[in-house]
Design a binder for this molecule. Structure first.
Ligand code: NAD
Ligand code: UFG
Length: 336
């Protein structure tokens, strides 16, 4: 019996594959390499000393999915595959709806027909929209998303809830990630953005290594302790370990459950810059720039439901997140 990991070559997927293999699971990985590199799969094998089956395939390709379910005994699916860039989603909404929503529907249809009805889905804190006040809890009303990417996550959550309501044989765990950073401590896998990074940590590491001249801090006049945006940064290995608990949950129940995966602590952009400078010994050149459209002042989780129901809690602090992000960047200045 295996766990199918869609998007397993990507940032969070590759770290989760490592933890699944370490925990003794057999895995089958599917990715179309739209936003990843085949080398990440070799690195997973090197880190774990274990092998696994890989399919270069698209989640929108029903025939390819049917083949995977026919050739393997898939017990559950962890579904990472999707497009994730907020800005790009505003320029290419149809591509985002088609890939994320169309792809998830095709995947769920293939799962249903193969009688594999256990899925862990990668959602995002973005589904909380801009009305809710942090700390964010799973019982808050979701929606009011501010970009097509966020709306795809919101809509997929609704689709999965409807699917469960129609057929209680499904077992569904929806994970709302906060801001994953860091890398595996081997320095062999990490976040590998194409072009100029959109997210804070890869931008910071690229400034530190000299690939980019200066970080723009988007706004210093928010209602936060130092005026810069506050987020709940979580080490990607802690996030990956949360998926192990989520898999145990989907394998042992027939329910739909939603969990925040965050630390519960908010750090500002300048906190990140300072912690990174300390961990790396490098100066991060920055300037204060105008606010970025669509950004919230503050976003952090209440992670207590995951602790109470999954027995999961993030263990790695900000210094470790910065050290590991830096080791990955330093060892792989040009990515994979
Ligand atoms: P990523 O881009 O590194 O990984 C996604 C993987 O999916 C990539 O390897 C990509 O090639 C693959 N993929 C995309 N479309 C595909 C398709 N149609 N068929 C097959 N493979 C496809 O992103 P990540 O940061 O690892 O994110 C994983 C998931 O978590 C995504 O669904 C993302 O939206 C979600 N998420 C990420 C964050 C974050 O900040 N990184 C936050 C919240 C939620
Ligand atoms: N920031 C900068 N300069 C940069 C990049 C970011 O100052 O060059 C600031 C932002 O303004 C924000 C913070 O750093 O205050 C974090 O920004 P990120 O882009 O790293 O992350 P976001 O919180 O905006 O978004 C992330 C993911 C989304 C996801 C969201 C909520 O990128 O996919 O978290 O889960 F939807």
């Amino acid at each position: 019996m295996s766990i199918l990991v869609t998007g397993g070559a990507g940032f969070i997927g590759s770290h989760t594959c490592v933890e699944l293999l370490n925990a003794g699971y057999e895995i089958v990985v599917l990715d179309n390499f739209y936003n990843s590199n085949p080398e990440s799969l070799n690195r997973i094998k090197k880190i774990t000393g274990k092998d696994f089956k890989f399919y270069e395939a698209d989640i929108r390709d029903r025939a390819a999915l049917d083949k995977i379910f026919k050739e393997n005994e898939i017990e559950a699916v962890i579904h990472f595959a999707g497009l994730k860039a907020v800005g790009e989603s505003c320029r290419k909404p149809l591509e985002y709806y088609e890939n994320n929503i169309g792809g998830t529907i095709t995947l769920c249809e293939a799962m249903r027909d193969a009688n594999c009805k256990k899925i862990v889905f990668s959602s995002s804190a973005t589904v909380y929209g801009c009305e809710n006040v942090s700390p964010l809890t799973e019982s808050m009303k979701i929606g009011g998303t501010t970009n097509p990417y966020g709306t795809t996550k919101y809509m997929i959550e609704l689709i999965l809830q409807d699917l469960y309501a129609s057929d209680n044989e499904w077992s569904i765990t929806i994970l709302r990630y906060f801001n994953p950073i860091g890398a595996h401590e081997s320095g062999m896998i990490g976040e590998n953005p194409n072009g100029i990074p959109n997210n804070l940590m890869p931008y910071v590491t690229q400034v530190a290594i000299g690939k980019l001249p200066q970080l723009s801090v988007f706004g210093d006049d928010y209602d936060t302790p130092d005026g810069t945006g506050v987020r709940d940064y979580i080490h990607v290995v802690d996030l990956a370990l949360g998926h192990i608990k989520a898999v145990e949950k989907v394998l042992s129940t027939k329910e739909v459950n939603v969990y925040n995966l965050g630390t519960g602590t908010g750090y500002s952009v300048l906190d990140i810059v300072k912690a990174f400078e300390k961990a790396s010994g490098k100066k991060v050149n920055y300037k204060i720039a105008p606010r970025r459209d669509g950004d919230l002042a503050t976003c952090y989780s209440d992670p207590s439901k995951a602790l109470n129901e999954l027995g999961w809690k993030a263990e790695r602090g900000l210094d470790k997140m910065c050290e590991d992000s830096w080791r990955w960047q330093k060892n792989n200045p040009n990515g994979f």
